[in-house]
Design a protein around this ligand. Structure first.
Ligand code: MG
Length: 436
């Protein structure tokens, strides 16, 4: 059956999370988790749902960019899109006039992610499979055909990518069964947002520990004494065996990052996340080199603009943990490129999640990574944040601190229509009241 895209909508949906400091860090002190939310409808009535994540203000700008791309989608047949997905990715990311707005970065790339996420959702739904399963069942040649290798062949060629995927075919079935039974390991960021009090932090950490969490991330970077106290508190509560990570959300200059994190080394963090500007590849390399001697790795990626930046981070040995993001990069297509490059450079992928919908989306990608690429769980885990899942028709499911593979067809980012209507900005009930 053919599916022609006949309708396309995008809405500005915002959740007032800043009221309770959820999501607060050293640079983003009052985020209202938001999304540009896309619904595409086909003549066969099957729909695709996609989003990109934002922090509140400016979501209207992303919505505008999505509208600018919509003309490239309406009227197309799904079969034609996925039959040449590399070509379609390039059509969106390299439109000869609109690419001036990026290329492949910033608002226009966030918009590309929203649109392509909806297309992937649609494809998975028409196949009757969750997205991770669609990917896992795909022939390696077809996976590779979805990737735009432009600008990365000096690090990973199409033949090398194919070779990686072919090698990982062995024991794939076994790994899929393992994931269905036990799930993919997760860590929590819900306990220690920067705006939380020590009491809140202790309570949340105690509760999380009781529910089986063993890996915790703490926001740092505003005040060194506060950081020492908060890291000490968490390290004391979780004991020496469990894992602690710290996240500065780009707060420091390079030398400041090295000295600040050195002072926190007694708490034995596995990684420091986003120590400095997400664009500073050589800065990250210097930090990696200095902190490597203390056994602390550098993690980044939630604001890494595209596969070209990731390529250079990997080439420069500037990252020890690659944090892919389902809404920052150009959807599944570009994430596949980064997952395969990370594998070649032997750097573990530990996805960024949280916000609104990011857990729902990225769980599919990390399942694919384990089953069809890396076959490795050492030092690998996917972020989890316990906010806003109730607004989705198929929310992410965590059991014993593991993501359980989604079973419903699609990419898991369909929101409840009632939630969308209520939180639409500025006319939804929630915002009308606030603005009044
Ligand atoms: Mg982070």
């Amino acid at each position: 059956m053919l599916h022609r895209i006949v309708d396309f909508s995008v809405r500005d949906v915002r959740f007032p999370t800043s009221a309770e400091q959820h999501g607060s860090d050293a640079m983003h002190t009052d985020p209202d988790y938001s999304a540009a939310y896309v619904v595409i409808t086909t003549d066969s009535k099957v729909q695709g749902f996609g989003l990109t994540f934002t922090l509140g203000k400016g979501t209207d700008i992303v919505v505008c960019a999505v509208k600018a791309l919509s003309g490239l989608v309406i009227g197309k047949f799904l079969q034609d899109i996925v039959g040449d997905f590399r070509g379609f990715y390039r059509l969106l990311s390299s439109d000869s006039q609109m690419r001036w707005l990026g290329p492949e970065k910033g608002v226009i790339h966030l918009a590309t992610a929203a649109v392509l996420n909806a297309v992937w959702d649609l494809w998975a739904r028409t196949e009757g499979k969750p997205l991770w399963k669609l990917l896992v069942d795909m022939d390696p040649k077809q996976i590779v055909s979805c990737i735009d290798f432009r600008y990365i062949t000096d690090a990973l060629t199409e033949e090398e990518a194919l070779d990686i995927l072919m090698k990982a075919q062995e024991d794939k079935q076994h790994r899929e069964e393992q994931m269905l039974k036990k799930g993919y390991p997760a860590y929590t960021t819900s306990c220690a947002w920067l705006g939380y009090t020590d009491e809140q932090l202790k309570q949340l950490c105690t509760d999380a520990f009781k529910s089986g969490w063993t890996k915790f991330k703490v926001k740092v970077g505003a005040d060194i004494e506060d950081d020492k106290r908060r890291c000490g508190l968490i390290r004391h509560m979780i004991g020496p065996q469990n894992t602690l990570m710290i996240d500065a959300n780009q707060r420091w200059d390079v030398s400041e990052a090295i000295s600040w994190v050195s002072e926190l080394s007694e708490f034995r963090p596995l990684w420091i996340e986003e120590p400095t500007s997400p664009d500073d590849i050589l800065g990250h390399a210097a930090i990696s080199k200095a902190l490597g001697t203390l056994g602390i790795g550098v993690a980044s990626g939630e604001q890494c603009q595209n596969r070209v930046m990731f390529k250079q981070f990997l080439q420069a040995a500037a990252l020890q943990f690659v944090q892919i993001d389902s809404c920052r990069l150009g959807s599944v297509n570009e994430n596949l490129a980064v997952i395969l490059m990370a594998h070649k450079f032997r750097v573990p992928v530990c996805p960024h999640a949280g916000g609104v919908g990011l857990c729902e989306l990225v769980q599919h990608l990390i399942l694919f990574d384990y089953i069809s690429v890396s076959a490795d769980l050492h030092n690998r885990m996917c972020e989890y944040v316990d906010h806003l899942h109730e607004h989705f028709t198929c929310p992410a499911i965590i059991e014993k601190a593991h993501y359980m593979p989604p079973k419903n067809p699609g990419y898991s980012c369909e929101m409840l229509e009632s939630s969308v209507v209520k939180h639409q900005y500025p006319d939804g009930e929630v915002w009308r009241k606030k603005i009044a």
